[in-house]
Structure formats: structure tokens, C-alpha cells
Design a binder for this molecule. Structure first.
Ligand code: PLP
Length: 387
């Protein structure tokens, strides 16, 4: 199919998908693919899940959008559900990850303004927070930033997991710091526990906000609804999106009282944020993940796949390291990742890279052991070809 009508913002693979079911995608010739990309950590319940279809059908029959100048019947139940499952008090809804990050950054700026007129935001080298100008300004990868400078000022980059650099950068003008608990696009690199404890300590001492970007690693991906629960440090503000709608666009900023109290009517907004359709779908997704206990079984299935990958690693020297947690899995290989993905695609397995050296496996959170085996079989066939 000609790509001329689409802006060339993606290097696409030569395949056109037509439908999906569970962890499978089907192209226009009805070839079946195992989908371990899940829309890049979006389709957490797989494709065409019945609870999502039901929520869309029912809510679209009632009300899809209404202005945020009014209440609707779905945004408060969803906010309540997120709050019940976190240590936080209130939620702002938007439509994507980058918007959630923008909201979190604005919250930190307003907080800083009211608490000592501070404005500097610290961010991490190798991070990824999105494509809008604010989120891009705190994305620590030159390849995304270079073509778009000048970006916003008042931000300071430090090496990820470097406590000395953190202490040096944490001057009295810092109003917030943004981190991914596991850097996703940057290569599946987990935050160091000592580092995050130090971040929390410095935020407390200096009255600055700790922002977690859980856009990729949140909503069950690590085995808990919120990723921060895996690391023992509670952030002030959390940006979420991707899996939150299970395929339907929605993002959110979740914050504690101290942070959210600074916002007043007019400070921030979104025409589509919190629309009844997106919130109804998200509520169905979170209910399925939490109340129907999909999340509770992730640890066991995750161990199953990590154990198998470690065995595979011993047989194929091109595998350098297996990293990650839950179903956010990175396999570092000594081979061109684009070529590797192409070979997997030829064998009908969809995987995605995370930087030049890491292959990411992002199965749906309800993936079965049989489907994990099926994918690993293809993965091994490709390794056989290469070794
Ligand atoms: N933050 C992180 C950690 C992400 O991985 C992404 C997207 O990959 C974003 C923010 C941006 O999300 P979106 O593409 O929904 O704007």
C-alpha cells in the first residue's frame, strides 16, 4: 500500500494489519502473527477483548463526550479506582502519555512557583517521555531532540542512576524530578534502589516533587497496577497512559494531595480528557486487571518466560543480557535489532527494539504459557539461523 499519504514519521515494516484477537494479529491476507509488541505496551488484554468491546458498545450508546465543565458518570468512578489502588488522592485525565507527562511537568512548575519560586526540573540521560515540546525537553536522547531545538528551558539532565551527579544537580531552584522506574525506549534499564531512595530523600528535603513516568511500565506491566509498588518509593505524581485504555486512547496524571492542591480552575485542561467513552473502557480494563486478578498471575508467568530466556541465553552467545520485570522484557543482542525484528516478522512473530541493541518482548498481560512457548519457539528459530 502506498505510504505517500502518511507523513514519514515511522520506519514501518511492510505489513498491513486488518484484525486482531487475543495475542494474535491478522494481516490483509489473513496470515496470523504472534503479537508481542501489543501496540507498544498498550493492548494489555490483547486484541478485541470482550470486556472492552462491551464497554465501547454500551457507553457509545449512552454518551461519548461531554465538556469538562460538567461531571459525567464515568470519570469519577475511574479516578476512584485508580486512587483505591495507589497512595494518591486525585487524577487529571488526558489522552496520551506525552500529555500525561506535560500535565505532570506543569504540576511541578506550579508547585515550585508557590513554594519558593523554584522552576528547575531534573531529568535522566537516556530517558524517553514523549514527543510534545515539554516532554521532549526532558527526554534524554539527542536523536529525538536535535531537530527541534530550542526546547523549553529550566531543565537539567543527569546520568541515570548516578547518585553523585544527582546530589550536585539538586540545587535549591529544583521544583521536580522525572524518572522512569524502568527506562523503556532507552533499553529496559531498571532504576537503582539506592538511587531512587536518594531521589526521594532529596525531594523531601528540598520540597520538590518526585514524578514517575509509568506510561510504559505502569498498568500491570511489571506485575502491579502501578510500577512504583515494585520499588518501595512512593512518588508524588505519576504519569500513566498506554495500557490504561487497553487500546483506547487515554492518559492520566495521578497525584498526592500536596501536589494536586496547587491546581485551580483554568490552570490546565483537555477537551477530550476524561470523556465518558475512554473512561468507561479504562474502567473495564482496570476492573479486569485488578478485580478479575489478571495482575495477580503475572509474576508466575513472567518467571516462566524469564527462566526460559535464561536457558536460551546459555545456548546462543549473541544474547548478552536478559533484563526487565513482569512482562516488560529486554533481550540485549550482539546483532542489528532491525534485522532481527525483520527475521522474526518473516516467521510471523512481532517484536520491537528498545535502542540499537535490545529486543523488547511486550506480550499482553493475559498471555498464556502456551503462547509464550509459541513465541519463544520462533525466537529460537531466528537465533538458530543467526548462529
Ligand atoms: N513516556 C514513556 C515512558 C513512553 O514509553 C512513552 C511512549 O512510548 C511516552 C511517555 C509517550 O507516550 P505517547 O506516545 O502516548 O504520547
Amino acid at each position: 500500500m502506498s505510504e505517500d499519504c502518511l507523513m514519514k514519521t515511522y520506519g514501518r515494516f511492510d505489513v498491513t494489519f486488518n484484525r486482531g484477537l487475543g495475542s494474535k494479529l491478522y494481516d490483509i491476507y489473513d496470515n496470523e502473527y504472534i503479537d508481542f509488541v501489543s501496540g507498544v505496551a498498550v493492548n494489555c488484554l490483547g486484541h478485541s477483548h470482550p470486556v472492552i468491546i462491551k464497554a465501547i458498545q454500551e457507553q457509545s450508546n449512552k454518551l461519548m463526550q461531554v465538556s469538562n465543565y460538567y461531571y459525567n458518570t464515568t470519570h469519577r468512578p475511574l479516578a476512584k479506582k485508580l486512587i483505591e489502588n495507589s497512595d494518591h488522592e486525585s487524577v487529571f485525565f488526558c489522552n496520551s502519555g506525552t500529555e500525561a507527562v506535560e500535565g505532570a511537568l506543569k504540576l511541578a512548575r506550579k508547585y515550585g512557583k508557590l513554594n519558593g519560586n523554584k522552576s528547575t526540573i531534573i531529568y535522566m540521560d537516556n530517558s524517553f517521555h514523549g514527543r510534545t515540546m515539554g516532554a521532549l525537553s526532558v527526554t534524554g536522547q539527542g536523536k529525538y531532540q536535535e531537530a527541534f531545538t530550542p526546547l523549553i528551558g529550566g531543565v537539567k539532565k543527569i546520568p541515570f542512576n548516578d547518585i553523585n551527579a544527582l546530589k550536585e544537580a539538586f540545587t535549591t531552584d529544583v521544583c521536580g524530578i522525572i524518572v522512569e522506574p524502568i527506562q523503556g525506549e532507552g533499553g529496559i534499564i531498571p532504576i537503582n534502589i539506592d538511587f531512587i531512595n536518594e531521589v526521594k530523600e532529596l525531594c523531601t528535603q528540598n520540597n520538590a516533587l518526585l514524578i514517575y513516568d509509568e506510561v510504559q511500565c505502569g498498568i500491570g506491566r511489571l506485575g502491579s497496577l502501578f510500577a512504583y509498588k515494585q520499588f518501595g518509593v512512593i512518588p508524588d505524581v505519576i504519569a500513566i497512559a498506554k495500557g490504561l485504555g487497553g487500546g483506547f486512547p487515554i492518559g492520566a496524571v495521578v497525584a498526592n494531595k500536596k501536589a494536586s492542591a496547587v491546581l485551580v480552575p483554568g490552570d490546565h485542561g483537555s477537551t477530550f480528557g476524561g470523556n465518558p467513552l475512554a473512561c468507561a473502557v479504562s474502567l473495564a480494563v482496570i476492573t479486569e486487571l485488578v478485580d478479575n486478578k489478571v495482575i495477580d498471575t503475572i509474576a508466575e508467568r513472567s518467571k516462566y518466560v524469564f527462566d526460559k530466556l535464561e536457558v536460551i541465553k546459555t545456548k546462543y552467545p549473541i544474547i548478552k543480557e536478559i533484563r526487565g520485570m513482569g512482562f516488560l522484557i529486554g533481550v540485549e543482542i550482539d546483532f542489528d535489532t532491525k534485522e532481527f525484528m525483520k527475521k522474526c516478522l518473516e516467521k510471523k512473530l512481532l517484536l520491537i527494539s528498545a535502542g540499537p541493541k535490545v529486543i523488547r518482548l511486550l506480550p499482553p498481560l493475559n498471555v498464556t504459557k502456551e503462547e509464550l512457548d509459541e513465541a519463544l519457539k520462533v525466537f529460537t528459530l531466528v537465533l538458530d539461523e543467526l548462529c
